[in-house]
Write a protein that binds this ligand. Sequence first.
Ligand SMILES: NC(=O)c1ccc[n+]([C@@H]2O[C@H](COP(=O)([O-])OP(=O)(O)OC[C@H]3O[C@@H](n4cnc5c(N)ncnc54)[C@H](O)[C@@H]3O)[C@@H](O)[C@H]2O)c1
Length: 464
Amino acid sequence: MKFQKKILCIGAGYVGGPSMAMIAYKCPDYKVTVVDINDERINRWNSNELPIYEPGLDKIIKKTRGKNLFFSKDIEKQIKENDIIFVSVNTPTKTFGTGAGMAADLQYWEKTARQILENSQSSKIVIEKSTLPVKTAAAMEKILMLAKGKVKFDVLSNPEFLAEGTAVKDLENPDRVLIGSHETKSGWRARQTLVEIYARWVPQEKIITSNIWSAELSKLVANAFLAQRVSSINSISALCEKTDADISEVAKAVGMDSRVGSKFLNAGIGFGGSCFKKDILNLVYLCSYYGLQEVADYWESVVKINEYQQDRFINNILGSMFNTLAGKKICILGFAFKANTGDTRESPAIYITRKLLSEHAEVIISDPQALKNAAIDLEDVKGSVKYVQDPYRAASGCHAIAILTDWDLYRKLDFRKIFKLMVKPAFLFDGRNVIDHKKCFNIGFNVYPIGKPALSHLNIIQND
Ligand SMILES: NC(=O)c1ccc[n+]([C@@H]2O[C@H](COP(=O)([O-])OP(=O)(O)OC[C@H]3O[C@@H](n4cnc5c(N)ncnc54)[C@H](O)[C@@H]3O)[C@@H](O)[C@H]2O)c1
């Protein structure tokens, strides 16, 4: 079959895999290839056990793989053969040198730019899909400008707004697609090529275009705003716990104001995932770099509140359980950073587990999708942690349960059965406010939600 367009994506991760699968699915006459330096990842994309869990993804992969969607290890050959190249490599926080702990580590990004330069024999459109500091395109262009002869590159910014756990839904029906380009003739031409791809399934009014710097910055700011809402509601949950107000009632009343909106107002143990913290810190670094210290401080406080919320949760467990966890068994329900994903990157569960271990608790972890990743995250303490898929078996013999991920299945658990299996007094710390607290209290649990009065049968004075 002769394909209308040939598209390459460098980076077969949580973004590259699903976003390219969606293009292949919606555009059967385009050939889409995804490459990665990680051979194991490519093998898994080509197998029945995909490297990431996303609801609905396997169905799309089955429909496209081997027809117009291909996963390959031969990066150089694929760069030569494709004219439209998405780059969706990882851009983690820098761990060394200037900007360590704040700035984006652009080494994977720059290596990719050089690889594109070295292997291009014809002109190409290069599309930033990774989340990058504003002005990265300028750096990429400086590298690509070294091309010899007639080979020219147009760089576009097309940040990805999908959320893990709902990636397929988000890709199929996005709130918006953002495409940034230079305001030049060739920039507009390149932009139009990309608009045509998305226009196959995204309504025209949802495809927005901008200058390239606005597009790069919008992605950082979108994540910063989302994380800020989480930290805002979490900061108020602390006040609710002091004043007997109920955070769910406050969030409902506040969120019904159409200027505020109700989404992202669920109090919990804080945000995780590979993006929010990294992107805010990146924003903070950029603001400091440009001398905007007040702005930097403002956004950094969003991360600080997130850390504070996790510490509060641990201190609450410790204080409620008579200030000692030594030798006690604590069952963690949910290790993924959010429901419907197996991703544990920056999951609050990692920090909370380590803190519990430092108090000499025994930790039993249960999660429907994330146990493999949890074992990798906790490799250095592997002797002290147990992994049990079944939540009933995991809770059996435990002194406390801590719910750390909002998996729907936890709402449906038979807590009467669980209560019988646990050591008494049995404690239940609901870090995501997902279960029926009253019902669990009536069963006999001592229940500690976030931002709501605790429901305790213990008539003792507890530490704050
Ligand atoms: N995960 C999300 O929900 C999400 C959402 C929107 C945007 N983003 C952004 O998208 C980017 C990718 O995120 P991700 O979660 O997919 O990361 P990821 O770590 O899952 O995937 C990145 C992949 O790129 C590969 N890679 C690195 N250098 C390479 C190179 N030189 N050549 C070929 N492959 C290379 C890695 O092996 C890895 O498989 C990041 O900038 C992230 O901030 C992520």
